[in-house]
Ligand binder design. Structure first.
Ligand code: AMP
Ligand code: ZN
Length: 478
């Protein structure tokens, strides 16, 4: 196994990754703002964070990952009050939906999933610490961070601070680089708005202080990896650095990893543009969770990914190909002995690892697997594949699946967990005929695993098959 390198947004360079404490990695992952269902752009970033943790775990690191729920911010306050609900009441539904969606996408559970509103006292303490060190000031009952007091301000996003007026403030949570200003740590309530009573006055936290507080509470003052989508670099992560390092005097984060956007028609997928799909939108109309996971995982996280139906179809057929391959190796009857395929599989594992070591280059890692699949399929077609080749090939596929997590044939179960019946799309006669023909083809070429899979797929959609003596197949709807 070689050295792991990650592209660090702070330095703009690929750097060898070594955790602060040998054998243990701490990761903070900015989680969803739970004012609505997460869209698949959000899930692109969450899948990247999952690949990251799975890869580090596969390397034997003990990973402690914190993911937060932003369950109080400008948008949530506005939406909850429009719905006539309390903040917790309003956000509970979306947190629950997010947890279900995560499971359907096969995302491993972070060690800590925490809500901002459970940490208001900790945030107040951090703000008090900043005040004691002279980094804050009060204006109209709100407390602001004075960016001119923190010499490192701008080091992550490289924002140009020349021309910024001292004392200019910004009250909203999300703003552009051109609006770099003193930002709110604690916001005084507007009339009728929800607030907490606290030692620093009535109010509510700004978005940025939430993450600094929860990151340091669970992971300590210096953490190994902090991650999110590229839109979080400024102002969110820049402000997190300012707050955390001003309070502790220590480096807050050693590696900053940012995922590029998922695009639709080459535009960022976002709620505000209205060009978004939720998981439920896609799965409800027949997409398998494994296809979506594969699609989101297959493009390296630092590259933009343009979402298309065609891409989704290709992902589905890639997953199918991989599953069929594993079934063929597992169930096939091969001549005794071993060929060079065992060594070939070991080399594929090494190449797969090399891809991931290089800043999680999932495309390169996948290419290594597909090369092996192609060569092993050819060997099987020719009768060159041997009994003892199966174990090393299956080990490679296991190493692949520890990271990609798509080989388990559990899509129907996952859909049911979302309340989507697996027989959603009712098959037309022509579609049934086509599947039956596909199964016949598979049987003819003695690919019984595939034949069984098609039978199963039909059964899940309520179609029963009856094989007749003369080799024909009758089918009927249940
Ligand atoms: P939010 O719920 O807006 O706080 O976003 C949750 C996560 O999704 C953050 O890490 C964002 O950077 C990320 N994100 C938002 N839109 C996209 C997108 N189109 N593609 C990839 N990641 C995104
Ligand atoms: Zn955050």
């Amino acid at each position: 196994m070689g050295e792991i390198v990650f592209q660090n947004t702070m330095t703009g360079q690929k750097e060898p990754f070594v955790p602060l404490h040998p054998g243990r990695v701490s990761i903070y992952a900015c989680g969803p703002t739970v004012y609505d269902y997460a869209h698949i752009g959000n899930f692109r970033t969450f899948v990247f964070q999952d690949i990251l943790r799975r890869f580090l775990r596969s390397r034997g690191f003990e990973v402690t990952q914190v993911m937060n729920f932003t369950d109080v911010d400008d948008r949530i306050i506005a939406k909850a009050s429009a719905a006539g609900l309390g903040i917790r009441e309003y956000t509970d539904k979306y947190i629950e939906a997010f947890l279900v969606d995560r499971r359907a996408l096969g995302l491993e559970k972070p060690e800590h999933m925490v809500r901002a509103t459970d940490h208001i006292g900790d945030m107040v303490q951090l703000i008090e610490r900043l005040t004691a060190k002279g980094f804050t000031y009060v204006s109209d009952g709100s407390i602001y961070f004075r960016i001119s007091k923190f010499p490192g301000y701008g080091k992550l996003s490289k924002v140009d601070l020349s021309g910024i007026q001292a004392g200019a403030r910004v009250d909203v949570d999300r703003y552009d680089k051109t609006d770099a200003r003193d930002f709110a740590l604690w916001k005084a309530p507007k009339p009728g708005e929800f607030f907490w009573e606290s030692a620093i006055g009535p109010g509510r936290p700004g978005w940025h202080i939430e993450c600094s507080t929860m990151a340091m509470k669970y992971l300590g003052e210096t953490i190994d990896i902090h991650s999110g989508g590229v839109d979080l670099v400024f102002p969110h992560h820049e402000n997190e650095i300012a707050q955390s390092e001003a309070a502790t005097g220590k480096q807050f984060v050693r590696f900053w990893l940012h995922a590029e956007f998922l695009l639709v028609d080459f535009e960022k997928m976002s709620k505000s543009l209205g060009n978004f799909y939720t998981m439920r939108d896609l799965l409800g109309r027949g997409t398998k969770p494994s296809s979506l996971r594969f699609l989101l995982a297959s493009v390296p996280y630092r590259r933009q990914l343009n979402f298309t139906e065609d891409g989704l179809r290709q992902a589905a057929s890639s997953v199918e190909r991989l599953r069929n391959f594993v079934a063929r190796v597992r169930n096939g009857k091969f001549p005794a002995g071993a060929s060079a395929m065992g060594e070939r599989a070991t080399r594929a594992t090494a190449e797969f690892e090399q891809g991931l070591e290089d800043d999680l280059n999932t495309a390169q890692a996948l290419a290594a697997i597909f090369d092996l699949v192609r060569e092993a399929n050819t060997a099987m077609d020719r009768g060159d594949f041997r009994q003892d080749d199966a174990a090393p090939v299956l080990r490679t596929m296991e190493a692949f699946d520890a990271i990609f997590g798509v080989l388990g044939d559990d899509d129907a179960e996952k859909l049911r967990s979302l309340g989507i019946a697996s027989d959603q799309g009712v098959l037309s006669d022509a579609e049934i005929e086509a599947l039956v023909a596909e199964r016949q083809e598979a049987r003819k070429s003695r690919d019984f695993a595939k034949a069984d899979r098609v039978r199963q797929q039909l059964a899940e959609r309520g179609i029963l098959l009856e094989d007749t003596r003369d080799g024909a197949v009758n089918w009927k709807r249940k």
